[in-house]
Design a protein around this ligand. Structure first.
Ligand code: F6R
Length: 658
């Protein structure tokens, strides 16, 4: 690769020439992918590989006595790459002395020391922990006066060119396809500039900022053209939320609606994905359409449900021709007749449906998802935040209680970060007034409350909540969780508040999981000795809390699995508010009547601090009860469309085995 930066005009012409589908060579899998794409088991493995590539480049440049010019990104995706680079610096002596870096973007207006600034992010994630000279890293200045922004942006690009252009550009991707903050509509020749952020981008950042209204409307971003000018580009994407946009960028047309698709014609680009972000790619979603596959039971279920959905035909109406026409002729040949396959898959799906999530005592359980015995089970529901139990499995929670099982809920984190300041103030006011009216006078308490009130009134962007305020916010959410438990009908002593320490940082950025976190989970499992555990298997949580909560459960289960009571314990995974299981994965589907849906909605309403423009909105503007309802109704509709019974709504679970 020569040292000149690449020219976007040439890239545009190459993009027009790119073949759509290639699979010309006989015996080769067909590929719909127009960008070299690597799929890793998880984001950690993937990040290690990317960090290794960056480290190799830095070292190679060191050998040549040259600077290494890196384009860097912020956001959640590159954090694990930076963590690995820091580790390599500390443990392997990887030096950053020859690194010159340029970040993609910064919010506008934004002070560099604000907790929301990308300046601060980069210092905290990377620069403060390695030996990069402070005069060697650059980020767009979010404080530049409006009249000077244009010239400033040109000078930012000039600075990159003056050091020879970007050797390597690291990118994330927005849910809408943005790269840097080049939002949909950006042209391929767009230069560095001040832009207006897309609503979905602001909504995705709402939690970090403590509400949508606090997210800046503008940002300065490196343009598409200078990004494409980098000699090597690596784009990272983790989690299901990115799956659809990744498919569009990798397999779809080059379009300004999905700016990441501009990368298709770059001669030296790679997309590095975890399995979830890759889940919509054709080779993952319908592998039989690109190559021959092993037709095990899971693959058959996946293919048949996919066929039924794509042809909009119930399973039992699929014909031999449907199988042949859609790349499944070898499966058909194996079985002899499509009808046999249809019946087999239909029955399997039928057997996932049960109104008895705790098992039906005195019934034949051969074809039921749960065993009949013991008739009365001890059930432990793990809820990462104080409302995940009711949002994700409220209908099942209610059935378990109504059917006489001993149900406990373990709330893993306090959830304090997702409470808005004015909500906390409202409760502080309540306590102060209550104390006054009833003559309760505790000088310590009064001081705590007046200090908290003062802090909330004058809090600055660069400050995080005091421990007292976090406590108020956590207490508020605990009260809401208890209200839900009362509503569903379990004694409040069955609600266990674990306050896992990894969560208690006061910021969106959490600590890594520690021994204390795992021990807490191990202890509660030991205390309850459950026959059933329900846990959030929702790894698409954009802020990672669900994933960490599951990691702690998995580690605790690993330690407890040899204990006697664990031999009779089944673990069921539910999904949180962000995504549902794929239909072929579901092993238990619990139906809900219209009345049960309404009751669940009322249960979710107990979480008042999470209603009406909550802090923790993500890039979906629906409230949690709406998301839960639409998702549960969607699952029921899916079963209905496949030709099974038509229910109002359904909650879905997958069994986790050691
Ligand atoms: C950040 C940036 C953005 C992010 C994108 C994905 O510097 O330019 O394009 O890469 O919004 O963000 P995460 O990784 O948080 O999903």
């Amino acid at each position: 690769m020569d040292q000149q930066s690449l020219n976007p005009e040439t890239i545009l012409m190459q993009a027009a020439d790119t073949a759509i589908v290639s699979g010309e060579s006989v015996g080769q899998p067909i590929t719909y992918e127009k960008i070299p794409t690597q799929i890793f088991a998880d984001s950690k493995d993937a990040s290690n590989a990317v960090a290794q590539e960056i480290a190799d480049l830095i070292r190679q440049k060191q050998k040549e006595g040259k600077p290494c010019v890196l384009g860097l990104a912020t956001g959640s995706s590159p954090k694990t790459v930076y963590a690995k680079l820091v580790k390599m610096h500390k443990e392997e002596g990887l030096s950053f002395k020859n690194v010159i870096s340029f970040n993609l973007d910064e919010y506008y207006q934004m002070e560099p020391d604000s907790i929301h600034s990308y300046h601060r992010f980069m210092k905290e994630q990377l620069f403060d922990h390695v030996d990069i000279p402070s005069e060697n890293y650059f980020l767009p200045d979010g404080t530049i006066p409006a009249a000077m922004v244009r010239d400033y942006c040109a000078s930012y690009e000039n600075k990159i060119n003056a050091v020879g252009g970007l050797d390597f550009q690291l990118l994330g991707i927005g849910g809408n396809g943005h790269i840097g903050f080049n939002e949909p509509g950006s042209l391929i020749n767009a230069r560095t500039r001040l832009i207006t952020l897309d609503h979905s981008t602001r909504a995705a950042a709402a939690m970090e900022f403590g509400g949508l209204h606090k997210v800046p409307r503008k940002a300065i971003t490196l343009g598409v053209a200078p990004i494409l000018g980098a000699r090597r580009i690596v784009l990272l994407a983790w989690g299901e939320r990115k799956a659809a946009v990744i498919r569009g960028a990798v397999e779809g047309p080059v379009t300004e609606r999905n700016p990441a698709s501009y990368l298709q014609a770059h001669p030296n680009v790679a997309f590095i994905l975890d399995e979830s972000a890759a889940s919509e790619l054709t080779r993952v979603k319908s592998p039989w359409a690109v190559d021959s596959v092993v037709w095990d039971n899971k693959m058959i279920k996946k293919a048949v449900t996919h066929l039924s959905q794509s042809l909009k035909k119930p399973i039992l109406k699929l014909t031999d021709k449907d199988y042949n026409d859609n790349g499944m002729s070898d499966l058909l040949a194996q079985y002899g007749a499509g009808y046999e396959i249809n019946i087999n898959v239909f029955n399997q799906l039928q057997h996932t449906i049960t109104g008895w999530p705790g098992g039906k005592a005195n019934a034949d359980d051969t074809n039921r998802p749960e065993r009949a015995q013991p008739a009365k089970k001890r059930v432990l529901i793990f809820s990462p935040h104080p409302d995940d139990d009711i949002i994700s499995m409220g209908g099942t929670f209610q059935r378990l209680v109504d059917q006489g099982h001993e149900v406990h809920v373990a709330y893993q984190t306090s959830g304090n970060i997702a409470v808005a300041d004015d909500e906390a103030l409202r409760f502080i006011d309540f306590v102060v007034d209550f104390n006054k009216e009833f003559g309760i006078n505790s000088p310590e308490a009064t001081k705590i409350f007046t200090d908290a009130k003062e802090f909330l009134r004058h809090t600055k962007d660069s400050e995080i909540d005091t421990p007292e305020i976090r406590h108020v916010k956590g207490t508020l959410r605990r009260g809401e969780a208890k209200a839900t438990c009362r509503f569903v009908g379990i004694p409040t002593e069955n609600a266990h508040f674990l306050n896992m320490p990894f969560y208690e940082t006061g910021t969106v950025q959490k600590n890594p999981i520690g021994e204390e976190d795992i021990k807490i989970i191990e202890n509660i499992i030991e205390e309850i000795k459950p026959h059933q555990i329900y846990a959030a298997g929702d790894f698409a949580d954009p802020h990672g809390t669900h994933k960490v909560c599951w990691d702690a459960i998995e580690a605790a289960l690993e330690r407890s699995k040899h204990k006697n009571f664990m031999k009779d314990c089944w673990v069921w995974l539910y999904r949180g508010a962000w995504a549902e299981w794929d239909i072929y994965e579901i092993e238990m589907a619990v139906p809900m009547s219209p009345d049960q849906v309404l009751k669940k909605r009322q249960g979710i309403f107990k979480h008042q601090s999470q209603k009406d423009g909550v802090v923790f909105q993500g890039d979906d503007s629906r409230e949690f009860w709406q998301r839960a309802e639409e998702r549960n109704q969607g699952t029921a509709k899916l079963y209905d469309n496949l030709g099974l019974a038509e229910y109002e709504a359904m909650e879905a679970f997958v069994r986790w085995k050691f």
